[in-house]
Design a protein around this ligand. Structure first.
Ligand code: M6R
Length: 607
């Protein structure tokens, strides 16, 4: 979950590395650092805090043709300059690292016994000393790297420079993403293509176990044992990777307002009023899914909530058993052999370590048909799944997921429709859902027209310590997603409960200081949830409700936010938008860092 970038160029590479780090800050922002070769030595600059602080510490006179840089999300060791990357061994070898070295302790003990001194608390420092150790044992720079990574257990994407080889940067990956960017008279490595989209649109995507040796005029890719590998260069549309606020105050705000377009982009050309198009999940998907008896979804965080909504859809409209697990749990369960299962991973980044490990675990233990619903083409999940549907949300920079969620749900609606077709469900139901799905961008747009109700609720809750979110049926995952949004950006403790569970415990929490946000559906649960709301109001709890019903006031104290009504199965997608905006304005009133909430990172590539 750190971001790394490195490059070798005929021009000054430092501004490119700093810009790359800015684009990678979504991966972590506890500290930042850079190491570069100049005048036969390597200079490093490190700082606690943001890349902007690092930039201000670089001198105008600093220039280099070769360097590596890092923005950190702390795993081993608190965020301070000592633990910030790059880490060096005797000022000769410098390393930036994303990932976790699981066997760092025994390696550290061996290296201490060899006389190496450790100055940081990080797992990364063992890598620098290990490379140094193998160099001293007679290996060249590249073969010392190849030898050293054989000793590592865990996950890593590395950028490495050596004072004695000042024209080279070496990259290596195992379970953490790393791309090579091909320029003219310059070449780069980075955690993702966005970091380099200002300098190239040509990329090679490294596989696990591969290393890249780059200089300004050459790229050499080697396999685990040092044998040369050929990887095709892919041209990626770099205009899709902008990180421009476009007049908005925050990326989260921009991304909330992009949702109508994002949903259009994710369904366009994939569904018509007659139903979903053939082959939208990849050639042969429909044939492969005849007779599936189970759907297993694995995801984390917001993406997990999208999966939980599909679970309800699958049971109600398909009659197919669907189970949803967190990535961090699924990969450690006892493997169960199932009959013809579709395994769906859902991920904005396509690199979330727990989800990716679960995909690999399932492939090994149960051999299911694998589909990923993902926002990043060429991500590990896309490359390792049988079928892919890209969400087409465009880059999501704000740590809090917004447009990723609604586009995941749009793609899951397409999955539902495709499975309905395969399972010969009534044509008129397929048509009705398809038409409503095509109207979804318009419905979402309507929720963005009057922002006052959201600001009003935010003003009433921003100074509270806790909030409760309620929902029933497929609106319960929406309540969970609403609570996640509020807690992650405003730091208000927020919990979601199925509304019927209130009286089994949480009702004890209700008093005038406990705001309750309830999602009210226009379906068979309406009366029941209205009763639950009354139970709260009777105990002086302040209830704010959101739903496609015309009641203007549910309680005197709180208030009701009316949202456009569509088919019951799609209404959850619309109802998340007010929750996102309430969280956004709450964070604004509290003055927290909306796009970079404390302790979090956008892409969680460590377990
Ligand atoms: O990239 P992914 O969708 O796999 O990320 C999973 C979670 O880390 C992510 O959804 C996280 O919960 C959100 N950023 C929260 O808003």
């Amino acid at each position: 979950m750190c971001g790394i970038v490195g490059g070798s160029s005929k021009r000054n590479v430092l501004p490119i590395l700093v810009e790359g780090l800015k684009r990678l800050e979504y991966r972590g922002y506890d500290s930042a650092g850079v190491a570069f070769t100049a005048n036969k030595k390597i200079t490093q600059v490190k700082t606690v805090g943001r890349v902007a602080d690092l930039e201000s510490q670089l001198k105008k006179s600093d220039e280099s043709n070769n360097g590596i840089a890092h923005t950190r999300w702390a795993t081993h060791g608190v965020p301070n300059t000592k633990n910030a990357h790059p880490h060096s061994s005797l000022n000769e070898i410098f390393v930036v690292h994303n990932g976790i070295i699981e066997n760092h302790e025994p390696l550290r003990n061996n290296l201490i016994a060899e006389g190496y001194k450790f100055i940081s608390d990080t797992d990364t420092e063992v890598i620098t000393h290990l490379i140094n150790y193998y160099k001293n044992a007679g290996h060249d720079f590249d073969s010392a790297v190849i030898r050293a990574i054989k000793d590592l257990k865990g996950a890593y994407a590395l950028g490495i420079i050596d004072v004695n080889n000042p024209d080279f940067v070496i990259g290596a990956r195992e379970h953490s993403p790393l791309v090579v960017g091909e320029g003219i008279d310059e070449n780069f490595i980075a955690s993702d293509v966005m970091a380099l989209s200002q300098v190239t649109n040509k990329f090679k995507f490294l596989e696990d176990g591969q290393i890249a040796i780059i200089s300004n005029d050459n790229i050499e890719i080697l396999g685990k044992n040092g044998a040369p590998k050929n990887i095709a260069t892919q041209e990626i549309d770099s205009t899709a990777y902008t990180n421009d606020l476009a007049g908005y105050s925050h990326f989260m705000e921009k991304e909330i307002f992009e949702q109508p377009t994002a949903v259009s982009n994710s369904i366009e050309g994939r569904v018509l009023e007659s139903g979903p198009q053939e082959g939208i999940f990849g050639a042969g998907f429909e044939e492969a899914l005849v007779d599936i008896s189970n759907i297993q979804i694995v995801a984390c965080g917001t993406s997990y909530h999208a999966g939980r909504i599909f679970e309800y859809w699958s049971h109600k409209f398909l009659g197919i058993n669907c189970r949803v697990d967190y990535g961090s749990e699924y990969q450690y369960q006892e493997p169960i052999k199932t009959q013809k299962t579709l395994l769906v991973t859902i991920s904005q980044s396509g690199e979330t370590a727990d989800t990716l490990a679960s995909l690999r675990f399932a492939k090994k233990t149960d051999n299911p048909i694998t589909l990923t619903i993902c926002n990043v083409a060429n991500s590990s999940m896309c490359r390792e799944s049988d079928y892919t549907m890209l969400t087409n949300a465009g880059p999501e920079i704000g740590v809090a997921s917004t447009k990723a969620f609604v586009t995941q749900l749009s793609c899951l609606s397409l999955l539902l429709l495709t499975l309905m077709k395969i399972n010969n469900k009534p044509e008129n139901s397929i048509k009705k859902i398809s038409k409503a799905l095509m109207d979804l961008p318009k419905n979402i747009q309507q929720t963005l027209e009057d922002l006052e109700p959201y600001k009003k609720v935010a003003k009433l809750i921003f100074n509270k310590n806790s909030a409760l979110f309620l929902g029933r049926g497929m609106y319960f995952p929406i309540a969970r997603e609403g609570a996640l949004k509020l807690k992650e950006i405003s730091y208000i403790h927020a919990e979601a409960y199925p509304a019927g569970e209130l009286k089994h415990g949480p009702l004890a929490l209700i008093d005038k200081n406990m705001p309750v946000l309830a999602v009210v559906p226009d379906n068979e649960h309406l009366d029941k949830i209205l009763s639950n709301i009354q139970e709260v109001a009777a105990r002086k709890g302040r209830v704010f409700s959101i739903g496609p019903i015309s009641k203007t006031e549910i309680t005197k104290e709180g208030g009701h936010i009316n949202i456009p009504k569509t088919l019951d199965l799609l209404n959850p997608i619309i109802s998340i938008v007010p929750m996102q905006l309430i969280s956004y304005y709450t964070a604004i009133y509290k003055g927290t860092d909306v796009d970079k909430p404390r302790n979090l990172a956008k892409s969680v590539t460590v377990e």
